[in-house]
Every structure is written in C-alpha cells, then in structure tokens.
Design a protein around this ligand. Structure first.
Ligand code: SF4
Length: 375
C-alpha cells in the first residue's frame, strides 16, 4: 500500500527528539534517480521525506519521477525552504505537503532548533496556498514539551484552512535516538483527548479517521499495546538513503534488501521477505508510527476503505459528538494501567548551538542503536 523514501539524512533543523541532523549522509552516497526508477507504479501513499528532502538538489526531478508511482505523493519537510517546494507545487498542485511544526512561535524554534522556523513555515505554507497547493498542512510530534500547544496548533491550522497531522515520540533507528521517553504520560494523553473531540466535530471524513489515529497515539503514549496489528513488510515499506529497504522505520533488524543491488520483486517476494514478515508478526514494540498505523487501519482488499474496527469507532463517536455528547474515553483506554514515565531523560535543546556531526558513510555500520523499546 504505502512507501516512505528517505532521500537523505542531511537536515538543517536541530530537533531535540530526532538526531538525524547529527548523523548526515554523504550526498554522493544517497539513493539515485536510477535506483528509484525501479519502484513499481502502484502505491497508495508515497512519502518523500528525510532528513530534509529539500537538501537534495535533484528533488524536483525525483518528484517528477515518483509522482506517477503513487495515488497520493507527499513531501514531508521542515518547511524552512519554501523556495524549493514552490516550483513543485506549481507543477503538481495536488502534491501533499506537510511542514513540521511543534508549537507556536519561539517554542517551535526551541524544540526544533530552528532560527525563525515558526515564521518561515507560516509564510511558506501561505505562499504554497496562494500558488495553488491543494493538500497542505502542518505535522506535529506530540510530546511533553509541546502538549500545552496542541490545541493552539489545531486552531492555527483550522484558521489557515490547512491540515494538521500528528504523531508522537518514538524510539526508532530512523531518528538515530533511543531515549525518547514521556515525562507525564497521563497529562499528555488527556490533551490528545481534546484534539480527538475537536476533530470529530468537523465535517471532514479525513479528520474523523485522524481522530482514531490519535486514539492510537493515546495508547502509545500510555505504553499500551497497538490498537491494530502491524502489517509492515506486507503493506508498508521503507527505503533509506543508502537504498536499503526495511519493513518499517523503527527496527533496524528488519532489513529486507537493497534497491540499488536488487530488483523490487527480489526484495518483496524473496525468502528474506518471508522471514521479515514473520518477525513483524511477532514484534513486541508498541509503536504507532503514522506510516504503519495508517496502513494497518485500512482494508487490505479495498485499501480506500477502513477496517471494521476503526469504521465502527468513528461512526459511533461521530454520532455522539454530533448529538452534543462527550466521548467516553474510559470505555476504550485503561487509565489505571500506565507504564512508568521517565522524568530523568530530559531532552536537550540545540537552538543556536554548534554540535559536532558524525558524518555517515557506506563504510560504517549505519544504525548503532543497541536494544530499545517503545513502551
Ligand atoms: S510494530 Fe514492530 S514491525 Fe511494526 S512498525 Fe512497529 S517496530 Fe516495526
């Protein structure tokens, strides 16, 4: 169904919850147009991301190549380089563009280590809208440091007429980081309830299912099991900047093959792929990454339709909210059982700092993560 392609691990943001920027790739080792040509033409969602994808000087050519391969093509960017995205939007106005935004004003800049980041993103998204962009929005990583801003970002998005996508803190090889813990799980989860309620009040079907996605985020925040079994390697796949293909963007041991050296069919239909799929079936990480959560919510036979579980939840709770009632979250979420928080593991902020970078090259083992858990 879905694919995420990490074009580069270069990035000019300095986020506290993602250390991609500390571990950049070398430009001459990054996945090429020739390799990307091998991808088939049948994806539902094709996400072009990073690192910061606008760091690639050939981004416009890559988008031209990949655009026909996905029903929905998305660019996930830090939003600091609208000049690079604007020509793409002028050519393909329906490309989905998400600008990362963690808070209003200086707090965004602190969490993401960006000089004037908030102002640039706001202006940038307005420019894309004025130039015909039809699927624009912000993407927010819900965490203790921005939880008081969650509804402010929602209201800002609504007032600007753009979307708001949410995810939450994870430990994952993609972030080159394994200490993304919550400090106050219940406080964070309770704020997400307000967002769910607000999303269900809108007339957007997309928002109603986003509400369910956020219900899954609450489970993740509290350290509970996933709402729906993961189908990574069957319905989702992840390509890193070295053309390595993984089942998902969390576990570095789920390597399926290399798109530069192998064909697509060899990678997805080979014996190795079967082994990886059985590892996915036994996976005990309780992640709820947007990538694999969005995939798991959909019906594998008719992928434009949801599975019965999310559909039933959405119908029931949309009806409740329409009738002016509150959602009974306690019917779905066990607030008595919350994993311990880790108040000691405070995330550092890097705004204005110069931090030594560990340039990654093909000669190194890429993801030196050790064991980690998403609980
Ligand atoms: S549940 Fe396991 S296999 Fe699925 S995305 Fe999470 S870490 Fe990967």
């Amino acid at each position: 169904m879905d694919i995420s392609i990490i074009l580069t691990y270069r990035c000019d943001s300095k986020c506290s919850m993602c250390y991609i920027w500390k571990n950049p790739t070398l430009p001459n080792e990054e996945v090429t147009l020739k390799t990307l040509e091998k991808l088939p033409n049948h994806f539902d969602n094709l996400n072009i991301t990073g690192g910061e994808p606008t760091a690639r000087t050939d981004l416009a050519d890559i988008v031209d190549l990949l655009y026909p391969k996905g029903k929905i093509t998305e660019i996930s960017t830090n939003g600091l380089h609208t000049d690079k995205v604007l020509p793409i939007i002028k050519k393909h106005p329906n490309i989905k563009v998400r600008y990362s935004l963690e808070a209003i004003g200086e707090k965004n800049n602190l969490i993401r280590g960006e000089e004037n980041g908030f102002e640039k993103k706001l202006e940038g998204l307005k420019t894309l809208k004025e130039n015909g962009g039809t699927d624009l929005g912000f993407a927010t990583v819900i965490q203790d440091d921005n939880i008081d801003e969650l509804m402010n970002i929602y209201r800002l998005s609504r007032d600007m007429g753009v979307e708001m996508a949410t995810s939450t803190l994870h430990n994952a090889f993609q972030f080159h980081k394994s200490d993304n813990y919550f400090y106050e799980r219940k406080k964070v989860a309770k704020e997400v309830e307000k967002l769910i309620q607000a999303l269900l009040k809108t007339s957007s079907v997309k928002n109603w299912f986003r509400a369910y996605l956020n219900l899954g985020l609450i489970e993740k925040i509290l350290g509970h099991d996933r709402l729906i079994t993961c189908t990574a390697a069957s319905d989702f796949i992840f390509v890193d900047p070295w053309s390595d293909v993984y089942a998902c963007n969390v576990r570095p041991d789920l390597l399926m093959g290399n798109l530069e050296k192998q064909s697509w069919d060899e990678i997805v239909h080979g014996k190795k792929a079967d082994e990886i799929r059985s590892k996915v079936a036994q996976c005990t990480q309780n992640c709820w990454m947007v990538t694999t959560a969005r995939t798991a919510m959909r019906n594998p036979a008719l992928t434009f339709l949801p599975k019965l579980g999310p559909l039933g939840w959405v119908m029931l709770n949309k009806l409740k909210v329409t009738l002016g009632k509150n959602i009974c979250f306690e019917n779905y979420i066990d607030y008595e059982k919350i994993e311990p928080s880790n108040k000691e593991a405070k995330r550092e902020f890097y705004l204005g700092t110069t931090t030594k970078r560990n340039i990654q090259s093909k000669t190194e083992k890429h993801y030196k993560m050790g064991d980690f858990f998403n609980r």
